[in-house]
Design a protein around this ligand. Structure first.
Ligand code: 4NP
Length: 175
C-alpha cells in the first residue's frame, strides 16, 4: 500500500541563482503562492539561495519586488543567503536559473549522485527557450517583467510535475 501522503516528510525544493535577490526569490515566492493556493503547503519545504555571497542578508532587489507587487505577489520578506554544500543533501530538487549556477552548484556536490537533484528550472518551462532564466540585474524594467513571465509559467509546470511525481493530494479547505 502506498504511504498516506500526509504522513510523509515534505518535498524539499530549493531555487538557486547568482545573487539570491532577483530570479530565485521570485521563483520561491511564485512557487510558494501556487502551492498554498492549491492546498499543498504541508507537503513542501521551499527556499532559495545564491551561489555568490555579495547580497547575503539583503531583501530582494527593489525592482524585482516592484514587478512582483504589480501582480499582487509580496516577496519583500525574503532575505538572501548563500547556498551551502549541505543544501544538496537536504533538498530533493535544486532548480538553478542558468548554466553558470548549475556549474557552481555541482562544484559543491561531494557525492556525484547528488547531481541528479540539480536541474535547470526552465527544463519545466513549456516555452523553454535556451533553458536559462536571463539575469535581469544590469538591465531595465522589461528584463524583470520577462523574468516574471518565465518564472510564473515555469513554476506552474514544475508544481504539476512534482505533484504527479510525489503523488501529492491537496488538503481539503478548513470549514
Ligand atoms: P540574481 O541577479 O542572480 O537573479 O539574484 C543578480 C543579483 C546580483 C548580481 C548579479 C545577478 N550581482 O552581480 O551582484
Amino acid at each position: 500500500m502506498p504511504e498516506r501522503s500526509e504522513s510523509r516528510r515534505p518535498v524539499r525544493v530549493l531555487f538557486v541563482c547568482l545573487g539570491n535577490i532577483c530570479r530565485s526569490p521570485l521563483a520561491e515566492g511564485l512557487f510558494r503562492h501556487l502551492v498554498e493556493a492549491e492546498g499543498l503547503a504541508e507537503h513542501f519545504e521551499i527556499d532559495s539561495a545564491g551561489t555568490g555571497a555579495w547580497h547575503v542578508g539583503e531583501r530582494p532587489d527593489a525592482r524585482m519586488c516592484r514587478t512582483a507587487s504589480r501582480r499582487g505577489l509580496d516577496i519583500t520578506g525574503q532575505r538572501a543567503r548563500r547556498i551551502r554544500p549541505e543544501d544538496l543533501h537536504r533538498f530533493d530538487h535544486v532548480l538553478v536559473m542558468d548554466r553558470h549556477n548549475r556549474a557552481d552548484v555541482l562544484a559543491l556536490a561531494s557525492d556525484p549522485s547528488l547531481a541528479a537533484r540539480v536541474r535547470l528550472f526552465r527544463e519545466f518551462d513549456p516555452e523553454p527557450g535556451d533553458l536559462q532564466v536571463p539575469d535581469p540585474y544590469t538591465g531595465g524594467r522589461e528584463g524583470f517583467e520577462h523574468v516574471y513571465e518565465i518564472a510564473e509559467r515555469t513554476s506552474r509546470a514544475l508544481l504539476e510535475h512534482l505533484r504527479a511525481l510525489h503523488h501529492l493530494e491537496a488538503q481539503p479547505a478548513e470549514r
